[in-house]
Design a protein around this ligand. Structure first.
Ligand SMILES: [Fe+2]
Ligand SMILES: [Fe+2]
Length: 296
């Protein structure tokens, strides 16, 4: 279903792109005169305008089912992220290292932590009405939140998953944290395996709840979050010319659709495609608007 949707989206976007071909020198409207401003400033202004539009579009779309159906798990997860002593210790050390200007900073990591620990609760069948969560559920929630906080510490580097895993291995050895070597191995191998479209070797792919939940919570971010935050931070950081960005937009949507087929946990498979569909719907809407604006 997603693959079919993807082909349709790609065709539609290519038609729109073709219509605006030959307009390479288009000045996108920013509402300001482009006097004495560097290309970077001009590009940023265009992207921030498109980001605002994307945020409006996403606001008018339904929010992901996951956040309704799993509201209880999400709320428990959020509480852990804000109050758990071990998590606060790790946050204090890691937040200064995160790349907030590249779309994979504190906000991204926290969303991965919250959704990841909600996935853990569902996957471990944590009882709905128990006064307290079982100890092993709490420990796995802590581990996924640690993995969520650490997974993109090397996001600007080549092979960021591998490098992030190496960093996590060293960082977590600190005795203050009280994390066993087996747990360190679990977290660092989850980080090593979180990258999109990465071919994972059969041994490395050995099913691990932490690893699969980290992957799924991270790929939930390819939905609306991508359009409201991530992509704009990345193109502004890399100073990508807007025309180049638009030319690659249909391919980006196609990749989004492909991600929809890679979720690993049952929870991810159940709710992940909905995140992706919302992101794609917002992307197609935005792309149409930008193209119709550039034709005026
Ligand atoms: Fe990553
Ligand atoms: Fe990430």
């Amino acid at each position: 279903m997603i693959a079919y949707f993807s082909v349709l989206v790609l065709k539609k976007c290519k038609v729109l792109l073709k219509r605006s071909e030959g307009r390479q020198n288009i000045e996108y409207h920013t509402g300001r005169k482009n006097i004495n401003r560097s290309p970077k400033e001009k590009f940023s202004e265009i992207y921030l305008k498109w980001r605002n539009r994307a945020r409006q579009i996403v606001k008018n779309l339904p929010s992901p089912h996951f956040h309704h159906v799993c509201a209880r798990q999400v709320s428990i997860s959020r509480e852990m992220l804000q109050q758990d002593a071990l998590i606060q210790q790790i946050k204090a050390r890691i937040y200064p290292l995160l790349d907030n200007d590249f779309g994979h900073g504190i906000l991204h990591s926290e969303l991965v932590c919250v959704d990841g620990a909600a996935i853990i609760q569902r996957e471990m069948n944590s009882p709905e009405k128990a006064p307290e969560l079982p100890r092993e559920v709490i420990r796995n929630m802590q581990l996924i939140q640690i993995a969520g906080l650490l997974h993109d510490t090397k996001r600007k580097e080549q092979d960021h998953a591998e490098k992030g895993a190496e960093f996590a291995q060293q960082f977590l050895k600190n005795k203050e944290f009280g994390i066993t070597s087996l747990e360190i191995e679990t977290v660092s191998s989850a980080i090593a395996q979180h990258e999109a479209f990465q071919i994972v070797s059969p041994e490395a792919a050995t099913a691990s709840l932490i690893s699969d939940a980290l992957y799924d919570a991270d790929k939930f971010r390819w939905g609306p979050d991508n359009l409201t935050h991530t992509v704009w931070d990345m193109v502004i950081y890399k100073n990508v010319p807007p025309r180049q960005f638009l030319n690659k937009f249909p391919t980006g949507l196609d990749k989004m659709a492909q991600i929809g087929q890679t979720f690993r946990t049952d929870t991810g498979k159940q709710f992940g495609p909905d995140f992706i569909n919302i992101g794609m719907a917002a992307g197609v809407h935005l792309f149409k608007e930008i193209n119709s604006e550039s034709m005026q």
